[in-house]
Every structure is written in C-alpha cells, then in structure tokens.
Design a protein around this ligand. Structure first.
Ligand SMILES: *Cc1c(COP(=O)(O)O)cnc(C)c1O
Length: 431
C-alpha cells in the first residue's frame, strides 16, 4: 500500500511505541472517533475491539466526558498540586475511596500506569526505610507487565521488552502464575523468596495479566499468596491499570479478593480514556510511615501535572457513567455474548485456553510458535484491519476487550470477522 501524505509526514517526524521502524508498516491515520468506531481520513470506520489499548470504556469522543472536560478547562486548566489543591481532586479522591477497599485512605496522583506503579514501588521501599528496615526486593509474576519506566520495567517479566536494561534494574524475584495444578509449587517458591528476608512488596495484576495475553487466573489462588505475604509483613500492590473500572465483572478486580491489597494502581480507563491521569491509593498505615518531624521522611515524589483538573473532571464523569445502570447492563450483555462466542470457538475451531472474564474474551490458536510479534500474528492483525476491525493479537493469542458502548451488531461483526480469519488461516475443524 502506497503511503498517503499524512502517513509520510508522520514517518518523517514521529517515533512510535514498540515499533521496529525498519520493517513496520505505515501507521493508520485516525481523524475522528464516535462510540466504538474510529474513522480514518477517508471516513472509513473501524470497530475498536480493544478499547484503544484498554483505556476507553464509554466510547470515543463521549459527549458527557468531553463536556465535563471543556467546562473544567474554561474554569481552571491546571494548578500545581504542591501547596495547592482544587475541588475536582478532592471530589475524585473522595469518590474513589468510597469504592476502593475500606482499608484504603489516601490517593496519590500521577500521570500514567507506569508512574502509578513507580509511585507504589517507591512508597513501599521508603515505607521500610522510614521504619529503619532494609527491604529492597520485590516479588512479581513471570510474564507480568507493569509499565516501561525503570522500576515498573524491572517488575515486568516479558523478557524482550527489558533485555537491553537487564543489568540496571532493582531486585525482583519471580513466581509463576498460580493455576490449579501448580499452586502448591507457587506457594513453596513464594515462601522460599520470603525466607530470604529482604522482600518489600508483592506486585501483581489481579485476576488478569493483560500484556501477557489476558491470562486469567483464580482469585482464590491470589488470596492465598497475598495472605502469606501479609503474614511476612510484605506490602501487597494490586496493579489495576488494565483491570480497573468494570473490566473483570466487578468495579475493581480486587473486589473479587477476600484479602485486600495495601496499594492499588489505576490509570487507563480512569478518565474514560480521555486524559492521561493515574492514581496510587494506599492505607493509612503506609501514609503514617511518612509522617515525622523530619522533612526527609516525606515522600519526595511528584509530577508537574499531578491531579490535573481536566483529568479529574474526566475521571468523575467517566466514573458516573461506569456506575450507571445502563453501563452495568452493557457490561453484563458483553459478558454473555463473549461467553456464547467462547463456546462456539471451542466447538468449531482449533483453539485452546478459551476464557472469559467480565467483558474480556481470550483464546489461543493451536500453533507451535508463540512469538509476541511473529508472522502469523502480523498476518492476523492485517486481516482484521482489512476487515475494519482493530484487534491486536499477542503472539498466537487473540483477545476482544471492547468499549462497553459497543453495539450488539458491532460485536457480532467482530465475531464474524474472527471466524472468517480462523477459517482463512486454517483453524477450522473440518467435519
Ligand atoms: C498499560 C499498563 C501499565 C502501564 O501503563 P502506561 O500508562 O502505559 O504507562 C501498567 N500496568 C498494567 C497492568 C498495564 O496494563
């Protein structure tokens, strides 16, 4: 495909994420969005079946959120958060704390998922430092993804994302994702890490590992691991950057745990996907560890745009929609549709590990290779785009994570195109 003029200008000046620019195809130009649709410069509509990297719950250019942002911008676009505050930050924190686990009492704002994680990790480290204890290691899952800044990258486990920086990272010990057949082994491994004595925190994506290809695991197993960590005085950090705001069947994935984490990281859908904003919530006990007559015990971390008023206004509007009956019904409908399609996939196609959690459906193609950006993956991606569906397979894993506002017809179209792709690439079971 020849490049159009916007694509040419883009490649002249822009460097895109996770892209090998020597071989990558040109980037799609999107000029407009409405609900679950994105439109290119020729008004061709694409169904956004991955909610623009999991951040958009209520549709593109949602007018309710857009107006909330516009009103806020005309009132106050920004004020520094050091020594100053503003009504929207107060209101948003109050609302979030109403819905977060009861032991959570304080909100620390930042800009994105990586910074939310970075803040949580630094808080955990300084919590122990302020108590005069030396605990500097973290426990994380193999295949976890927690972001791309340095500490967030260190606790992430997807190898080739981080290889170039391997010698420069904070100490992390890994445990496999618990499943019914390995939970005893995971517990043993966790306990042997804890016995070494220097563990500050356990960070995890609760119930679903997103970037690893929506790997779903049992909250009961996670409860067991958190309980063991808490007994050892280890701070537990739930990274809900992807799972937050209704994705997994409850408002937060942690709602499905009986053990409550000490910190929770939120971003992506926080503002309805409108404005970069993130939250790290924590318990009173953590906050108290930073109180002192000595200034150096304070948390010396901040970002220029933290608690940005427009971001807070977007988050308040988005939360209101998320909690509405209409949006809850929409999530339930998507969950049912995903479940029905999962059954169809299992019966008619060569797929495995088909699973649904909340609005998320994922399955794996029965292939031998599983390259993150392998050639089958790229062909599938191109096939979906050619059929006006935005899906980004992870290796041989395909997942559907739509905005909640997707219509029944649009969802049916996504399923039809997936079936077409499975037939085209030889994954239909012949009868
Ligand atoms: C996307 C993601 C992050 C990183 O968020 P950014 O906003 O891209 O920095 C961290 N944790 C999880 C679980 C994520 O899905």
């Amino acid at each position: 495909m020849p490049l159009n003029s916007l694509q040419k200008r883009d490649l002249e000046v822009n460097w895109h994420p996770y892209s090998q620019h020597q071989t990558a195809p040109a980037n799609m130009v999107i000029c407009r969005g409405k609900d679950a649709l994105l439109f290119d410069e020729e008004e061709v509509a694409y169904i956004d079946a991955i909610a623009s990297w999991w951040c958009n719950p209520h549709g593109h250019a949602n007018p309710q959120i857009a107006h909330a942002v516009a009103d806020q911008l005309l009132q106050l676009e920004h004020v520094l958060f050091g020594g100053f505050t503003h009504p929207k930050a107060i209101e948003l924190s109050e609302k979030l704390l109403q819905h977060l686990p009861q032991n959570h009492k304080k909100i620390f704002y930042s800009d994105n998922g990586s910074t939310a994680v970075e803040v949580a990790l630094k808080m955990a480290l300084q919590y122990f430092a302020n108590h005069g204890k030396k605990r500097t290691t973290f426990i994380a899952f193999e295949n976890a993804f927690h972001g791309d800044t340095f500490a967030a990258m260190a606790v992430s486990g997807i190898g080739f994302f981080t290889e170039a920086f391997a010698d420069l990272m904070i100490q992390v010990k890994r445990i496999p994702l618990p499943q019914d057949d390995n939970i005893e082994f995971v517990i043993e491994k966790l306990q042997s890490h804890l016995e070494e004595g220097d563990v500050a925190g356990f960070i995890f994506e609760p119930i679903v590992l997103g970037a690893a290809g929506m790997q779903i695991y049992n909250p009961k197993h996670l409860d067991q691991l958190i309980k063991i960590c808490k007994k050892a005085g280890v701070l537990c950090i739930a990274d809900e950057v992807m799972t937050g705001f209704g994705r997994t069947g409850t408002l937060f994935a942690t709602d499905q745990l009986s053990q409550k984490p000490d910190m929770i990281c939120l971003s992506k859908a926080l503002t309805g996907g409108f404005i970069p904003l993130a939250v790290t919530s924590c318990t009173q006990e953590i906050y108290n560890a930073f109180l002192s007559e000595k200034v150096e015990k304070a948390f010396f971390h901040g970002h220029t745009f933290m608690a940005n008023p427009a971001g807070c206004a977007a988050a308040l509007a988005s939360l209101q929609i998320t909690l509405s009956q209409q949006s809850q019904d929409a999530r339930r409908f998507i969950h049912q549709q995903q479940g029905a399609f999962a059954e169809k996939l299992s019966t008619n196609y060569k797929v495995r590990n088909v699973a649904v959690q909340g609005v998320i459906l994922r399955f794996e193609l029965e292939t031998s290779s599983n390259e993150y950006y392998g050639s089958l993956r790229n062909q599938l991606y191109d096939f979906f785009i050619a059929h006006q569906i935005i899906l980004r397979p992870v290796g041989n894993i395909i997942y559907v994570l739509p905005p909640y506002c997707i219509t029944a017809e649009q969802l049916a179209t996504v399923y039809q195109v997936i079936e077409k792709a499975l037939q085209h690439f030889g994954f239909a079971i012949s009868k």
